[in-house]
Unconditional design. Structure first.
Length: 134
């Protein structure tokens, strides 16, 4: 398996990106080098979100903050984040309204190992759909 990067995607929600980054900091990376890319679309609160990202100390690899000078829109922004596969073997793209479980990275590694050579697979979903309680 090669390098994996985590991409935290943000837009206009400093509290949400802070929760996502906090959950990423609590996760177990099994000693792996994992870069963190915080990718921020242009919005009214962009500077607040940049400040949140800057104060995070990422001990697992390089921390890269990308803040766009012009609004990209969600679709274009996510596609640009996916383009990071040119640098990394795999990227985990997480929108700012998510939080990860402490052992999510173990699942990521297993999924990447399992499907790395299968050219039919372009993406793997990590989310869980909630079930209505009756």
């Amino acid at each position: 398996m090669g390098t994996i990067a985590i991409v935290a995607v943000g837009y206009n929600r400093p509290d949400s990106i802070e929760q996502l980054l906090s959950s990423l900091l609590r996760a177990d990376y099994a000693g792996d080098q994992v870069d963190l890319v915080v990718s921020l679309d242009k919005g009214q609160r962009q500077q607040e979100i940049v400040a949140v990202a800057e104060k995070v100390s990422w001990p697992h690899g390089e921390k890269i903050i990308r803040s766009f000078p012009e609004r990209q829109g969600l679709r274009a922004h996510i596609i640009q984040c996916g383009d990071l596969t040119e640098k990394y073997n795999a990227v985990v793209v997480l929108e700012d309204d998510l939080m990860v479980a402490p052992h999510f990275y173990s699942y990521v590694k297993q999924a990447v190992d399992r499907y790395a050579d299968d050219e039919r697979i372009a993406g793997i979903s990590l989310y869980k759909i909630g079930r209505a309680h009756v």
